[in-house]
Design a protein around this ligand. Structure first.
Ligand SMILES: Cc1cc2nc3c(=O)[nH]c(=O)nc-3n(C[C@H](O)[C@H](O)[C@H](O)COP(=O)(O)OP(=O)(O)OC[C@H]3O[C@@H](n4cnc5c(N)ncnc54)[C@H](O)[C@@H]3O)c2cc1C
Length: 471
């Protein structure tokens, strides 16, 4: 019979009902299959929420079987947090996030976070609010100005409705004017995470220096416990995370002290390929030969070493030339890595870090590397207002920085540059470049991603020749 695997055992695939069972009961039902001969739905019938809590206390929290917690999934709606806090929340690569976009929406003038740290600092508090208000005022002003300019140079298309035309121009304007928004700008994020990731995310937030992030950690914990009462119960601030952050900040101070202000200046171009594997091609070719073979890695490696360029090309071509525009290349490409140093504006950085398959390290938000001026603002005659608002924000940043470098980060705008180090494997390079060099991508990320791709291509032309970019 087609739908049976034996006379006694029928294949079954079915959902465990998330309406009838709690997430913690589902997690136990899955965990117990390891020792129990019964079916999942039978196990689930025997597991009350109380039993589930006892199981998790004992096995997950007591004996450290943390992977069980991955079967309990939580959806959390998070509203009105700063983009700075959003960055920390989203800095957990195994969860899923969708965030309000500053490309597709016009943001309200009072939509910024005021840090509680400034509550006892009336002068700094005024400086901070004035800088944010000015940025938002100029944001609104530039939106109007850019749309007027765009109307004068972009004709309405035949058959295009007035509303569609207006939205099309507004979209172009928001893409540029978002440069004025500070990291304090409020945002909304939908988060889907399993309890294991969530516990880690909460721990990181609770360990933050910033009050907003600590408070966010507490609220996430409180609300997530309504879904998974036991699994994230012990998420607490982590002394080790705090210690390392403190050490790194101290060491940065020592380095700056030794080499003076020069250590803080941007060096050279905005994209550098700083490490790559000189044997990348041989590694990929060996990996491509490995999976279908019964030979050992050492033997295959020796054979690849003996191949000429054309033979290696042949192996690569046979496995990659049929790659369609929406296909992910095979896992073998994960065998080689590229490390780039990027200087991205904060807007571009926020898009870049959404790519979760990479390992990235971002330096603190600051104004030391300067800022970019979007071309549209310049041609719309708004450069002076833009520069004045950013300089006011920089002056406020300098004052708040004296009090707290962490709090000052809220005043850094989307136009300001930040340094990021990233390590990507070849497979993720294909995915990232395809998405972020496409015409849909924001110009501020498109340009550096194109430079990164060119550097990688020049280094390893044979490995990138089958990457077909989307238009
Ligand atoms: C034009 C454009 C507009 C965008 N607008 C918005 C927006 O308004 N708001 C917003 O929040 N984001 C937006 N994004 C970001 C986008 O949704 C992705 O989050 C981001 O580009 C990362 O890419 P990725 O999810 O494909 O995977 P990556 O994180 O780069 O990972 C690579 C691949 O691994 C797999 N993968 C990674 N993580 C998971 C996971 N948790 N579960 C299953 N598979 C996974 C997927 O196959 C994925 O394609 C936009 C992106 C583009 C290009």
């Amino acid at each position: 019979m087609a739908d049976t695997v034996s006379d006694t055992y029928n294949r079954r695939v079915y959902p465990l009902d998330a309406h009838a069972l709690t997430e913690e009961q589902i997690a136990v039902a899955f965990a117990m299959t390891s020792r129990s001969p019964e079916s999942f739905d039978e196990i689930a019938r025997q597991v009350s929420q109380e039993k589930a809590a006892g199981f998790h206390e004992r096995w997950v929290l007591g004996y450290g079987h943390a992977s069980v917690a991955e079967h309990a999934v939580v959806h959390l709606a998070v509203e009105n947090i700063s983009r700075l806090a959003a960055d920390t929340l989203e800095d957990n690569r195994l969860a899923s996030y969708t965030e309000k976009s500053s490309r597709y929406q016009v943001l309200p003038s009072d939509g910024y976070h005021v840090p509680q740290e400034l509550a006892g600092q009336p002068v700094l508090g005024r400086v901070y609010r004035a800088a944010c208000q000015r940025l938002f005022q100029v944001y609104q002003h530039c939106l109007e100005g850019c749309q007027q300019y765009l109307r004068s140079v972009t004709p309405q298309e035949a058959g295009e409705r007035e509303n569609a035309y207006r939205l099309r121009l507004r979209r172009i304007a928001t893409d540029s004017c978002r440069a004025l928004l500070p990291a304090a700008t409020l945002t909304n994020i939908g988060v889907t995470a399993n309890a294991r990731v969530l516990e880690h995310a909460i721990t990181k937030l609770l360990s933050s220096e910033l009050v907003e992030e600590q408070d966010l950690g507490k609220e996430l914990k409180r609300e997530a416990r309504r879904i998974t009462p036991t699994l994230i119960k012990y998420a607490e601030p982590n002394a080790y995370l705090r210690h390392v952050a403190q050490q790194q900040s101290e060491m940065a101070g020592e380095l700056a002290g030794e080499s003076g202000a020069a250590a803080l200046q941007p060096s050279g171009g905005k994209v550098r390929l700083v490490h790559w594997d000189v044997q990348a091609e041989a590694r990929v070719v060996t990996a491509l030969l490995y999976r279908g073979s019964h030979l050992g890695y050492g033997e295959l490696w020796d054979r690849v070493q003996a191949m000429d360029a054309a033979q290696r090309q042949d192996v690569i071509g046979r496995c990659l030339s049929q790659l369609g525009p929406h296909d992910a290349p095979v896992r073998e490409l994960e065998m080689v890595d590229y490390t780039f140093e990027l200087i991205l504006d904060y807007g571009a950085y926020r898009e870049f870090k959404r790519h979760r398959m990479q390992s990235y390290l971002a330096q603190p938000l600051a104004v030391v590397h300067g800022y970019c001026t979007p071309g549209l603002l310049a041609v719309s005659g708004l450069q002076r207002e833009f520069a004045a608002a950013l300089e006011e924000a920089e002056a406020a940043f300098a004052q708040v920085r004296e009090f707290s470098p962490s709090v000052a980060q809220y005043l850094v705008t989307h136009a300001h540059y930040r340094r990021v180090l990233t390590k990507l494997n070849l497979r993720e390079c294909y995915h990232l470049f395809k998405m972020r060099v496409s015409s849909q991508a924001h110009e501020s990320i498109r340009a550096p991603m194109f430079q990164a791709l060119e550097l990688a291509r020049q280094t390893h032309p044979s490995l990138f020749q089958h990457l077909h970019l989307r238009s």
